[in-house]
Design a protein around this ligand. Structure first.
Ligand code: RP5
Length: 163
């Protein structure tokens, strides 16, 4: 199976990377984590993107905060799908990173998830891979069913308490 590269702009973004990594691991999708910045290590970030397909990656998750150009800079250097995660960091609560990540010019797409959305970034990668992977499709369906069951159990507990 193809791998997912999870790239974060700083070690301070690690909690978001862990959410994505753990979700990918639950689905048996191989993943690696890299601390590379569009601003502080632009050459290395570019190298990762340029070589990602040849190195066995099928998608890249890029998480960064503040003036978050990481996902866009990576997307500019690969045609693999790039999932951007805006990170809450600094005084603007993640709105800065959200707009910096989502507002890509035509031609260079970044699929942007919610601020701190590590789980959904991983699930989106899994859904892309599952287009051609029946086993993964079944794991995703099971995960959805498990989530549904968990919510309905909470609903039942709430009904017993309040209704
Ligand atoms: C961004 O600036 C990083 O992605 C991080 O979210 C934010 C702050 O970085 P540090 O100052 O914590 O290294 O580039």
């Amino acid at each position: 199976m193809k791998k997912v590269a999870i790239v974060i702009g700083s070690d301070s973004d690690m909690p978001v990377a862990e959410k994505a990594y753990n979700t990918l691991k639950e689905l048996d999708i191989p993943a690696t984590v890299h601390i590379l910045s569009a601003h502080r290590t632009p050459g290395e970030a570019r190298e990762l993107a340029v070589n990602a397909r040849a190195n066995g990656y099928g998608a890249i998750i890029a998480a960064a905060g503040m003036a978050a150009h990481l996902a866009g800079a990576i997307a500019a250097n690969t045609t693999l799908p790039v999932i951007g995660i805006p990170v809450k960091s600094g005084d603007l609560g993640g709105m800065d990173a959200l707009l910096s990540t989502v507002m890509m010019p035509s031609g260079i797409p970044v699929a942007t998830v919610a601020i701190g959305g590590g789980v959904n970034a991983a699930l989106l990668c899994a859904q892309i891979f599952a287009v051609t992977d029946k086993t993964l499709e079944e794991k995703l369906a099971q995960k959805r069913a498990d989530n549904t069951k968990a919510v309905l159990e909470k609903n039942k507990a709430a009904a017993e308490r309040f209704n």
